[in-house]
Design a protein around this ligand. Structure first.
Ligand code: FAD
Length: 258
């Protein structure tokens, strides 16, 4: 399969750098074709701004969504954005690897999402009316592809447990899983999370690579997180609220997982 590996860590000799090198070699040894977007090495521009469109500037104000749509529809996107979109279309599977920084992804990776996920590419796709609110949450440009996060965290696994002080890791990753990956259509596989990174040594690194290799071996057939599709009947449209008979005792993030 074709795998796009998007990686965000500034130091090649870091734990993340070693895990990235292991993953790429493991995937290639298994016969997969891998493209890597190493965002710091690429000096990726993280901020979405007026420079993202090649359209002739007018004196009208910059509109992040409308200018993105115009550039996408008219082949006027900045080349770095168009290249990453081509990689996404090429890939069967997307892997995002990053250290958890302030309970989320590093800013450079958020900036990759903001700029590459153009209007018409990742959002604003499909019919938008009172009867249908676009192709998203299980449908969209990237439907049929799979995605998985590889995340390292300094905190302990218990800190991210159901009653841990940081909140459950599933909840912390929900905006990425559901809002960034499921939204444009990806089937989202459970994440591979490495906790307590300050306690890494050679023996644990070896065990971690064994476990990660097993997860990479099942990229093509592991069951995705069963998020509910927007347009499959669970949600009232256009309110986009779960129908009363669906998970009546649940609310918040967990209600959107079947
Ligand atoms: P490194 O620091 O490179 O390495 C970690 C350990 O692994 C070191 O002991 C190193 O010697 C060892 N190691 C590295 N490579 C190998 C190898 N090949 N073999 C064996 N051992 C190796 N954590 C949270 O839990 N929640 C947060 O919200 C959070 N926010 C943060 C915000 C910022 C700005 C920063 C800087 C850190 C934050 N952290 C947080 C901690 C962060 O998640 C970890 O520091 C990070 O995940 C560690 O990954 P690394 O690649 O930088 O590890």
């Amino acid at each position: 399969m074709n795998v796009l590996f998007v990686y965000a860590h500034p130091e090649p000799k870091s734990l993340n750098g070693s895990l990235k090198d292991f993953s790429i070699k493991h995937l290639e040894d298994a016969g997969h074709v891998v493209q890597v977007s190493d965002l710091y090495a690429m000096n990726w521009k993280p901020s979405l701004d007026a420079g993202d469109t090649l359209a002739t500037k007018t004196d009208t104000r910059f509109d992040p969504a409308k200018d993105s749509q115009h550039a996408f529809e008219n082949g006027l996107q900045s080349e770095d954005i168009a290249r990453e979109q081509e990689k996404l279309l090429w890939a069967d599977t997307l892997i995002l690897q990053f250290p958890l920084w302030w309970f989320s992804m590093p800013a450079i990776l958020k900036g990759w999402v903001e700029r590459v996920y153009a209007y018409g590419f990742a959002y604003g796709v499909g019919e938008h009316s009172d009867a249908r609110w676009g192709d998203r949450y299980g449908e969209g440009t990237l439907a049929g592809k799979r995605a998985m996060l590889i995340v390292t965290a300094g905190g302990w696994e218990s800190h991210y447990g159901p009653r841990g002080i940081n909140g459950p890791m599933d909840h912390i990753l929900f905006p990425i899983h559901h809002g960034i990956l499921y939204y444009p259509g990806f089937d989202v596989l459970p994440p591979f999370v490495i906790y307590r990174t300050g306690r890494m040594d050679e023996a644990r690194f070896s065990q971690t690579c064994d476990a990660l290799g097993q997860r990479l071996d099942t990229l093509g057939n592991a069951s995705p997180i069963p998020f509910r599709q927007q347009n499959a009947g669970a949600y009232a449209i256009p309110e986009l609220v779960l129908r009363p008979e669906i998970a009546p005792d649940q609310c918040g993030f967990t209600a959107h997982v079947a």
